[in-house]
Design a protein around this ligand. Structure first.
Ligand SMILES: [Zn+2]
Ligand SMILES: [Zn+2]
Ligand SMILES: [Zn+2]
Length: 400
């Protein structure tokens, strides 16, 4: 980890800053999961070691619960699965993903101790849990999780206090990072990456996180790579600059972003973009030329878009891609009459549509959507011009 260092970020607790210059696309660091589990609904469809999705997976003969691409993935996952395997076998079924992840973390602590692991800047003990900020509903969920955890945790494993188990469940709640399958189309699991947890949020981040499932295809195991996340620079970063990612979709209207951050991460965002409301007008643009649509009409179409995006999410998580396409096309037809080219709700639909269409091999239509999407993102956010002298994309403009 010679590319980053921990520091105390003003008003934000700890943070990470760069120690070396980085350029767009550079991998600042890669990190393996401290622990990770497949979502409940996909445990038989996704490999429990590398999180790739396959038609045919190899099942653990002992618990019949864990699934793997092949023997290589099974062997690699065994150290982590061993205790889980006998606990699942004993209980006759596996508990939910939160409990499984908490158990994976605690078994690792049992094996290695709670201190720093190799390559980590912080230990699990030091991660934030926000349990003290929980509302009634969240406290109730925590109690239910604690109960099912205790039911699942074997008496012959190391015993932990209730407070410590609550800490782990709290850490999962606010630090869990979503993992995707090898096509990047579907969220398939959740993992804890301690170093990544140290990267603070900004609504206009200078880094993004990419999930890499790893690769075992080479004949020689020397060339195999393991599942990991990669923190990549989005543009030039100077030594000493704080590294940031966006905890929420940063292409979201300021108010929505702040609401989501408060709800899930318990802080009020005070970043530049939030303070100055930068981009909000572009992201809410309505169609120009002709009669300006009424506020009421705009409100309606935005609500309709939000509802459709929820339906799309659901269809996507179920892998029903033709339904996703249908929903996108219907929504787009309605949006086009009212919303401007830079409107975030229109761009979001275009983005999903182009991604899913290219997966379905409708290349021409996919390319058309991508072109429109890129054009929508092009106007410079600082100069508000389509052809700003900085001649870079909206998200990389450096002209202030
Ligand atoms: Zn695998
Ligand atoms: Zn097993
Ligand atoms: Zn912000």
């Amino acid at each position: 980890m010679e590319t980053v260092e921990l520091f105390s970020a003003e008003g934000k607790g700890r943070g990470l800053k760069a120690t070396k210059e980085q350029w767009a696309g550079d991998v600042i660091f890669a990190e393996r999961a401290y622990a990770a589990v497949v979502f409940d609904s996909l445990t038989h469809l996704v490999c429990h070691t590398c999180f790739k999705r396959h038609e045919k997976l190899h099942r653990c003969g002992q618990c019949k619960f864990a699934h793997y691409c092949d023997r290589t993935c099974q062997k690699e996952g065994w150290a982590k699965h061993k205790s889980e395997c006998s606990a699942v076998k004993k209980q006759g079924k596996a508990p939910n993903e939160n409990i499984r992840l908490a158990a994976q973390i605690l078994w690792r602590i049992e094996r290695e101790g709670g201190g720093l692991t190799e390559g980590s800047l912080v230990s699990i003990d030091e991660l934030q849990n926000h349990v003290e900020h929980f509302g009634d509903e969240e406290k109730k969920e925590l109690r239910v999780d604690l109960e099912s955890f205790l039911e699942f945790w074997p008496p012959n494993s190391k015993q932990f206090g209730m407070q410590y188990i609550s800490h782990i469940l709290g850490v999962i709640n606010c630090n869990g990072f979503t993992l995707s399958d090898q096509r990047g189309l579907q969220a398939v699991g959740v993992g804890i990456f301690p170093n990544l947890c140290m990267v603070n949020h900004d609504c206009w981040p200078n880094c993004s996180v990419i999930f890499n499932n790893g690769n075992h295809e080479a004949v020689r195991s020397l060339f195999h790579t393991q599942m990991r996340i990669e923190l990549r620079a989005l543009g030039k970063i100077s030594p000493g600059e704080e590294l940031t990612v966006s905890y929420v979709d940063f292409l979201n209207v300021g108010e929505d972003r702040r609401q989501q951050l408060k709800k899930q991460y318990y802080f009020d965002c005070t970043c530049q973009h939030c303070q100055k409301g930068i981009k909000d007008d572009l992201m809410l643009a309505v169609k120009e030329g002709g009669e300006k649509p009424s506020q009421e009409t705009v409100k309606e179409i935005i609500q309709y878009s939000k509802d459709t995006l929820e339906k799309i999410d659901k269809a996507r998580s179920e892998g029903v891609y033709h339904e996703v396409v249908k929903l996108c096309r219907e929504c787009l037809a309605k949006q086009e009459a009212i919303l401007g080219d830079t409107n975030i709700y229109l761009l979001r639909i275009l983005s999903i549509l182009s991604e899913v269409l290219s997966y379905l091999q409708h290349i021409n239509e996919a390319a058309g959507c991508s072109k429109r999407m890129v054009d929508g993102y092009v106007p410079c956010v600082f100069s508000r011009r389509w052809n700003c002298a900085c001649s870079s994309r909206m998200n990389l403009c450096t002209t202030k």
